[in-house]
Design a protein around this ligand. Structure first.
Ligand code: UDP
Ligand code: MG
Length: 335
């Protein structure tokens, strides 16, 4: 062992059905830990996996004193699994990383270097996406550009959740308790000095991605509606445009009737205008509905997640007193 290490680095890993790859992941992460001149802990958040992930994680915790384990009461989704990790991680710096080895753990020392250089947030920025279809690449590209152009907070392009955050950045993040958590947006919202580290995104190591297009589409809607009210304005502008064109068309009809006399054959144009207006109105209502639904969810003030069991790292040395702003209430933690 080296001289007494001072600061603590926490790594949070959301885990959902990763039984096949988790050991390989931990081996690579442990190798990185061994080289760092920091005290290290890793907190695996089991997000209600339906495979043997929880047993594999228990095994890892038995073998390695640096391993902590949060077992959520069911599958809450990656965003909330990460939130549970942030709430319980004790590190002076906290890294969030995927369990499927798409984010290389070997990048963490680079993150730590930038953190020590004074950055509060150090995020990985992807250069390539291997093992992903052209369609997914294209949709990801479009989504990032779209949200960039309509949202007030600057969300960095081609950036996932893989990042390091300083203690104060984590504390800031912990104060954002909304139910609809578009993490990329929340990360950007807190601000602070940020630095990008470019890296190659590898293909998934084992298992399959749990994100399909329908999920991604909902994710995009989540991102847009929780970070911008631009779609609400879209309804206004569209309505304005339609009203204006109807007026021009109306003037044309008046002119036609005065000059050429009236004809009864107005049925097609009437039908077109009616259907078009109906469509526009429904769209406007739909947009309002998206926001209303989100408000409904927020007003319920439910806890973000529930913990089945929390097993902190066995390593006594890492037991520093955490001062979480939002410590989960005792009844949510069954030890
Ligand atoms: N994940 C999770 N809960 C879920 C879905 C995924 O905790 O409901 C975890 C998963 O185990 C992995 C990370 O989130 O560590 C990213 O998931 P995935 O690789 O499926 O997403 P992608 O890389 O395709 O965006
Ligand atoms: Mg992945």
């Amino acid at each position: 062992m080296q001289a007494p290490k001072q600061q603590l680095l926490s790594v949070i890993v959301p885990v959902y059905n990763e039984a096949d790859g988790i050991q390989e992941f931990h081996a690579r992460l442990a190798a990185v830990f061994d080289k760092l001149d920091l005290r290290c802990e890793v907190v695996y958040v089991n997000d209600g996996s339906s495979d043997a992930s929880i047993d594999k994680l228990q095994e890892l915790r038995d073998q390695d004193a640096r391993v902590g384990l949060i077992d959520l009461s069911r599958n809450f989704g990656k965003e909330l699994a990460m939130t549970a990790g942030f709430d319980l991680a004790r590190g002076d710096a906290v890294v969030i990383i995927d369990a499927d080895l798409q984010d290389p753990p070997e990048l963490i020392p680079e993150f730590v270097r930038e953190w020590r250089a004074g950055y509060d947030v150090v995020y990985g920025q992807r250069i390539t996406r291997q093992g992903e279809t052209a369609l997914k690449k294209a949709t990801a590209f479009l989504f990032y550009r779209l949200i960039q152009s309509v949202s007030r907070v600057r969300i960095p392009v081609d950036t996932g959740d893989f990042r390091l955050m300083s203690r104060r950045a984590v504390e800031a993040l912990k104060r954002l308790r909304e139910q609809h958590r578009f993490m990329k947006g929340l990360f950007a919202w807190i601000g602070y000095k940020a630095k990008a580290v470019r890296y190659q995104r590898d293909a998934r190591h084992a298992g399959t991605t749990s994100f399909n297009y329908w999920k991604l589409w909902n994710f995009a809607i989540e991102g847009l509606t929780s970070f911008t009210t631009a779609p609400l304005k879209l309804g206004t502008y569209l309505g304005f445009f339609v009203a204006l064109s109807s007026m021009v068309y109306g003037l044309y009809i008046v002119y036609k009737t005065l000059v050429h006399g009236s004809d009864v054959a107005g049925y097609p144009s009437l039908m077109v205008v009616m259907l078009f207006l109906g469509g526009v109105q429904l769209m406007g209502l739909g947009i309002i509905g998206e926001y209303l639904g989100r408000m409904f969810d927020e007003t319920k003030q439910r806890p973000l997640y529930l913990i089945q069991q929390y097993l902190p790292p066995a390593d006594a040395e890492t037991t520093v007193t955490p001062v979480p702003l939002h410590r989960p209430s005792p009844e949510t933690i069954a030890r």
